[in-house]
Design a protein around this ligand. Structure first.
Ligand SMILES: [Cu+2]
Length: 250
């Protein structure tokens, strides 16, 4: 019995140390995502962390519930154990508790999703870019610089395009597809939205830190899906204006 107690204490201590060490490391605290990279991260990151904390608590409680009977209620003698058919309080508890967990996660997710997908009307948007997807690359049209066939950058699988964004300024995106379903995804910005044929989707966010970030298609869209890449380059608003002017002049 003493050895069993020792084992349980050791397991609990290990779980405790693992939890504490993950909290103290700033790298793990974002659980793969960096804070402040985009306006979406500001909303999604607390949700992402909250879901992992919830999963951690559920995992630890479940492990204890499994290990507790295995360690402390082992077969002690040859006596046939007492047989019970049901336990109403336990059954109510294991129905109600998961329901509450799912309801809370759902409520936070629904709240954050409505915040993320909020878009200002086209006429009031400061910047707008159309993201069209084609098997197997991307076409970015900067509406501020759009005239005739100017202001459009079309990539190919061999030459993936670059999406230039102004730092700290909201950009309204219009997502369309020429052929099949694609997914406009910038992993570091915690954002993805599908490009659908015959459907126009809208998205709005600001990129808040200078730098380059990988972008991808995250819907299996055909043979060269894996080459459907792009790069996001976040520049200062002045550099963005220069870029638009070069597009207009090109
Ligand atoms: Cu695709």
């Amino acid at each position: 019995m003493r050895m069993n107690r020792g084992l349980t204490t050791a397991l609990l201590a290990t779980a405790g140390v693992a939890t504490l060490s993950s909290c103290s490391s700033s790298n793990i605290s974002g659980l793969g995502y960096e804070k402040g990279l985009s306006s979406v991260n500001d909303v999604s990151l607390p949700l992402w962390q909250g879901v992992w904390i919830t999963a951690g608590i559920v995992g630890v409680v479940t492990a204890i519930l499994i290990l507790w009977p295995a360690v402390f209620h082992r077969k002690k003698n040859d006596e046939f154990p007492k047989q019970t058919r049901y336990n109403v309080p336990t059954e109510v508890a294991y129905t109600v508790i998961p329901f509450i967990i799912v309801a809370v996660l759902f409520a936070y997710t629904a709240r954050d999703e409505s915040r993320i997908t909020k878009v200002t009307p086209a006429a009031q948007a400061k910047h707008s870019i159309t993201v069209n997807s084609i098997q197997w690359s991307w076409q970015f049209t900067y509406d501020d610089a759009h005239a005739g066939n100017k202001g459009t950058i079309t990539g190919t699988p061999a030459h993936p395009p670059t999406l230039v964004l102004p730092q700290g300024e909201k950009v309204r995106f219009t997502l369309t597809s020429t052929d099949v379903v694609h997914g406009f995804w910038i992993p570091a910005f915690m954002i993805q939205m599908q490009n659908l044929p015959n459907v126009t989707n809208h998205l709005e966010f600001s990129a808040n830190k200078l730098g380059t970030y990988p972008g991808r298609c995250n819907i299996l869209c055909g043979r060269n899906h894996s080459q459907m890449l792009f790069t996001v380059k976040v520049v200062t608003p002045a550099q963005y204006q220069d870029y638009l002017n070069t597009l207009k002049a090109a």
